[in-house]
Design a binder for this molecule. Structure first.
Ligand code: G6P
Length: 612
């Protein structure tokens, strides 16, 4: 949700900033802008639409400078336009700001500043920051920013520069993420580490309330009172190559194919196959809360919420603990029954989703102990959790989450087994058997991806469908939800996930030849029931795409020429969601490609939602 990059050093700032913005474009892509300072003073360039438009404009009329900042926008206040694109400037044009977040009291501040003679030219909340800092500026940008943020309400990651302070950037954070990249003789600022991986692996993660000033040779971190803050740098082990497309047409397709490795890396080093134990060192500090919890509350948004629904099944079945699942955005607005016997588990790819963070804080405020499952080391969530089970999916760039999801599922599997062992509900032998099944997963996922069935053919027909219904039961119901979400977010075809048994209470009325039906039919507890549901669809003329276990001959008998069967390798029912989701991801992908959609950057969406 808006991407920010800043640079001070001896390279050409424009190149570094555009390169960083390109890696951040998944955060927002409705307009972009850049400002640099050179001997000619501060210069700014902005464009409506994707970053490519800005790149074209800069190619036609180049800018250069040794320090500067840039922004890619996901509009909150003010429609996407060149005028509303960041950076925003003050009345003098000598000070600029880029912002991710929302300034909630901007109208009151704007009225006051207009009364004092400031001229506003945009509809954004951000512009108020430029004028406020201008009004407080007396020769030190850091000091003016420090005083200004004292007046701001809302959430912000801000980066500012002033023409009269050479090689200096000042940044502040409350809410949305901001990192400082460290390197010899240069400093970088960005919304996330993936933007800066080609330049550095050493980062300082800013905390709420931090104000940082960077010059090529120094970084000064202070709190709201202006007192120095000491913060350790962290080395990030992600490989910069992971953040490139590597020959794939889209990040999403690359990330779909990276899933076996992401799952392998997430399982790696945590499976004690011989002793029938799970080793999660990161949760060692929270072992007592895990062992003593009476119930679990899983908190997440979007795709991570679907992972949480699978996690509920696993935790209840394996660890015998009651588990509930909440949307981050709903949890705070009811009266959750949470106390010291509750274990709150926040699940987030980015670790920065505002609603997930807020709900997690609320659960902890009510007395719960809190652990996290997260893909981004150093993110806010990891810093607020008593322990974090990191998923090792590497940077996920495609807005539609794929490898982060399956990595979350195996992290939840490990957590459920760990809870089962800690609480004595799972024997070593049973744990060993589960781990043996899990150890087969990466290979089976490779098999499933290597021979996915006629999905590209299916996509040709799918683009013509008006709606899609995804049906699943039990632990595969969340996979039906996830399949529907994937399709709708990138192809814009309306899709719903439904528990198959509920279909006759409503959606069955919708079935006609224009509706696509995807039925998840794994062998297992509810197999026969699923087949009955498929029969119900077929009896009403519906055409079915059935996803079933390889070698299942029974399902073949009820399908006919109008239907399609997609097979996935056989695996224990508890872990088969990790295989069943793969054809659904591919179906969404190829349908969106067929429909000519922008797969990696679907309209209106952002990968990391840092506003509530
Ligand atoms: C956005 C993304 C989704 C993601 C959700 C939660 O909606 O587009 O892919 O699942 O946020 O994000 P998180 O980083 O908390 O998992």
């Amino acid at each position: 949700m808006c991407g920010i990059v800043g640079y001070v050093g001896s390279r050409d700032a424009v190149g570094v900033i555009l390169d960083g913005l390109k890696r951040l474009e998944y955060r927002g892509y409705d307009s972009a802008g850049i400002a640099v300072v050179s001997s000619g003073g501060l210069q700014r360039r902005r464009s409506e639409g994707k970053l490519q438009n800005l790149v074209r404009s800069l190619a036609a009329e180049p800018l250069s400078g040794a320090f500067g900042l840039g922004h890619t926008r996901w509009a909150t206040h003010g429609r996407p336009s060149e005028e509303n694109a960041h950076p925003h400037q003050d009345c003098t044009g000598r000070l600029v700001v880029v912002h991710n977040g929302i300034i909630e009291n901007y109208l009151a501040l704007k009225a006051r500043l207009e009364g004092a003679g400031h001229r506003f030219v945009t509809q954004t909340d951000t512009e108020v920051v430029a004028h406020l800092v201008e009004s407080l500026y007396a020769g030190s940008l850091e000091e003016a920013v420090r005083r200004a943020v004292g007046e701001l309400e809302g959430i912000y990651a801000l980066v500012l520069m002033h023409e009269s302070e050479p090689q200096t950037l000042v940044a502040a954070r409350v809410g949305p993420p901001l990192v400082v990249g460290l390197a010899e003789g240069e400093h970088f600022l960005a919304s996330d580490v993936a933007a800066l991986l080609p330049y550095t692996r050493d980062f300082v993660f800013l905390d709420d309330g931090d104000i940082v000033t960077v010059t090529p040779g120094a970084m000064r971190l202070v709190n709201a009172a202006g007192e120095p803050v000491v913060r350790q740098a962290q080395r990030i082990l992600w490989d910069p190559i992971q953040a490139e497309k590597g020959g794939y047409r889209h990040f999403m397709l690359k990330e779909i194919h990276e899933q076996p490795q992401a799952v392998r890396d997430t399982l790696f080093g945590r499976m004690g196959l011989e002793e029938g134990e799970v080793h999660i060192e990161e949760l060692a500090g929270a072992a007592a809360s895990l062992a003593e919890a009476k119930r679990v509350v899983l908190i997440a948004c979007g795709t991570s919420w679907h992972a949480a629904l699978v996690g509920k099944f696993l935790i209840e079945q394996i660890a015998g603990l009651p588990a509930e699942v909440d949307y981050g955005s709903e949890f705070r607005y009811r009266t959750p029954i949470v106390d010291a016997s509750t274990l709150a588990v926040a699940i987030s790819q980015s670790g920065e989703t505002a609603d997930t963070l807020a709900a997690f804080r609320e659960a902890k405020r009510l007395g719960a102990s809190g652990v996290a499952i997260c893909n981004v080391q150093g993110s806010m969530l990891t810093r607020e959790a008593a322990g974090t089970l990191l998923t090792h999916a590497g940077p996920e760039i495609g807005v539609a989450s794929t490898k982060a999801f399956t990595s979350q599922l195996v992290a939840l599997a490990l957590l459920a087994l760990h809870l089962g062992r800690l609480r004595g509900t799972l024997s070593r032998d049973a744990c060993r058997r589960h781990l043996e099944s899990l150890a087969r997963l990466p290979h089976l996922m490779e098999q499933a991806l290597a021979a996915p069935g006629p999905i590209e053919e299916l996509a040709k027909a799918a683009v013509k469908a008006s709606d899609f219904l995804y049906l699943g039961r039990g632990i595969h119901y969340p996979i039906a939800l996830e399949g529907a979400l994937k399709l709708k977010e990138i192809s814009y075809i309306h899709a719903e996930g439904y528990p198959a048994g509920e279909m006759k209470h409503g959606p069955i009325a919708l079935i006609d030849e224009r509706m696509g039906i995807v039925a998840l039919c794994p062998r297992g507890r509810v197999y026969e029931k699923m087949l009955s549901n498929v029969q119900e669809v077929k009896a009403r003329g519906g055409r079915v795409i059935a996803v079933a276990t390889a070698g299942d001959s029974e399902i073949r008998r009820i399908l006919d020429a109008a239907d399609t069967l997609l097979e996935v390798p056989a695996l224990d029912e508890l872990w088969s969601p990790l295989l069943f989701v793969l054809p659904l991801q591919l179906l969404a992908y190829y349908t969106a490609v067929r429909a000519g959609r922008d797969v990696d950057q679907p309209r209106n969406l952002a990968k990391s939602v840092t506003v509530e």
